[in-house]
Design a protein around this ligand. Sequence first.
Ligand code: TMP
Length: 201
Amino acid sequence: MKGKLITLEGIDGSGKSTITSFLNSHPSFANAVFTREPTTSWIGDAVYKAIQSDTDELAELMLFTADHADHIATLIRPAIEEGKIVISDRYSDSRYAYQGVTLKERMEEPMEWIQMIHRGWTIVPDLTLLFDIDPSVAVQRCGKRGEQTKFEKIDLLKGVRENYLKLAEKEPERFIVIDTDRELKEIEKDVLQAITSIIES
Ligand code: TMP
């Protein structure tokens, strides 16, 4: 039996990491493979170097995309073919949403172009949970974690959120939008329900 790919998406400060830790320690997912993008490979390290500097936005997209290709080849595809449940903290939609903003001065319809260059080789998730939050609340949360990266600026995050919501609207069968302006327990309940129903389907 083929496995399932579940991805967690949202702007910085959306509470995605808290939910990832919750799932990671939940007994139902003891056999699941937890992973993330940017990855922990040398390409992922290069991505972090790019984020922390003034790297050209197109070069940055290519690095993120190279990291994704390597992630699929070395971990995602083999795990799914072995029948595993794979849960990835960020995946292709991060590129569509974030680089869809950072490249908007460089080309028309950057989000569609980035989706197009993924087509034919990326693996589309079975379920994507989008953790939705008001960017001003998210920025306050990021601020508490210390120095902001260039991706944690409010104007950029507003655009990223819009892109995420557009993606969710276009593919309602894949996305579940989770309102994170609620008690953590309620969010955890919705997340568990969504993942369980996709695993059992
Ligand atoms: P992280 O905060 O989840 O470690 O991700 C690092 C930053 O990189 C975060 O601000 C989101 C951003 N990002 C992109 O811009 N494009 C991508 O494709 C990915 C995976 C992350």
